[in-house]
Design a protein around this ligand. Structure first.
Ligand SMILES: NC(=O)c1ccc[n+]([C@@H]2O[C@H](COP(=O)([O-])OP(=O)(O)OC[C@H]3O[C@@H](n4cnc5c(N)ncnc54)[C@H](OP(=O)(O)O)[C@@H]3O)[C@@H](O)[C@H]2O)c1
Length: 293
């Protein structure tokens, strides 16, 4: 398999991670709920990710719930020193697969202990606080209380580093006034570029930006433009979408999600792509291409 380390590394606090990482959300059952169809296949994907050189795995105990963390533990524990597992708290799942806000100090402490137990760890490497004010888009609102609660859990030695997810620039600033923030995880890709200014300001401050949904929600028009660029580069549209993110800024870390070893291999291969200027210019226009309803 292609060596994932070719895309270089970035520091999450004192933790050195490969810019090409892996997002484990797709390993749970349909709608990120319940067990996977094929447990052995899910374990194989995790082991293949690590064998490719990836040292950054993104997860949460609310995927499943518990399922992806249990799979990570079964596949990879005891963990290599170099592996960084980034998790997130701020939500719980209902028995109907619903996503519910869980951001009181007691709920966050319980979520941290769930992650520790199910991952088989004494300390969590990085915990993102996932803001749940609005499921569709980051929405302004006060996050002082949950960030303070997480900072207290960090002071107790249960968390090494803290990040935030699904946040506005104001919320990033508020979080940074409370504790050191090492990463921001928001939706961003070729077609959804609301965070362009935020990415650049985080880069200046040495903070990682980790896009979720790196592979999509493209309109047909955007997908056509991406396919055209892919033909020019002799690559797949998804590889081009990932390579574009790697070239977007050195603080962008990738966590593409897949439940397939074959797709994982294809995604890791994007570290070899060097997109020429004319392709980058045509891809830059995708974000402003008219979205079809
Ligand atoms: N903070 C948050 O709120 C938040 C929200 C969503 C996700 N996340 C994190 O971000 C990670 C990435 O997001 P995501 O997994 O939802 O979205 P994604 O990486 O944009 O795309 C995943 C989808 O693309 C497919 N796929 C992946 N590689 C492919 C390939 N080479 N060819 C064809 N299809 C491919 C997957 O299906 P297959 O399984 O069939 O490959 C899956 O349906 C997640 O795993 C999770 O860790 C965070």
């Amino acid at each position: 398999m292609t060596d994932a380390t070719r895309a270089g590394n970035f520091k999450l606090g004192d933790l050195d991670v490969t810019r090409m990482g892996y997002g484990a959300m797709q390993l749970a059952g349909p709608h990120v709920f319940g067990p996977p169809k094929d447990r052995a296949a899910a374990i194989a994907v995790l082991r293949a990710a690590v064998e490719s050189g990836i040292t950054h795995i993104d997860t949460s105990d609310f995927y499943g719930p518990h399922v992806t963390n249990e799979l990570i533990r079964e596949a990879l524990h005891p963990y290599a020193d170099a592996l960084t597992i980034v998790t997130k708290v701020g939500a719980t799942r209902g028995s109907d697969a619903s996503w519910n806000v869980a951001s009181t100090a007691a709920e966050l402490e319980s979520a941290v202990h769930d992650n520790l137990r199910n991952l088989g760890l004494d300390v969590l490497d990085v915990v993102n606080f996932r803001v749940m004010f609005n499921v569709v888009a980051p929405t302004e609102g006060d996050i002082e209380a949950p960030l303070t609660a997480l900072a207290e859990l960090q002071a107790k030695g249960l968390i090494r580093h803290i990040g935030v997810s699904h946040v506005t620039a104001n919320q990033v600033a508020q979080a940074r006034a409370i504790t050191q923030i090492v990463c921001v995880q928001n939706m961003y890709n070729l077609a959804h570029r609301n965070d362009d200014a935020l990415i650049d300001s985080l880069a200046r401050d040495g903070i990682a930006y980790v896009p979720f949904f790196p592979l999509g929600r493209f309109s047909p028009l955007q997908a056509d433009a991406l396919s055209h660029a892919a033909e020019q580069c002799n690559a797949t549209p998804m590889q081009v979408a990932l390579a574009w993110l790697l070239q977007r800024s050195p603080n962008v870390l990738l966590i593409p999600g897949t439940s397939s070893v074959e797709h994982l291999k294809q995604n890791v291969e994007s570290v070899k792509l060097d997109l020429p200027d004319d392709v980058l210019a045509s891809l830059d226009k995708i974000g402003s291409a008219k979205t079809e309803d």
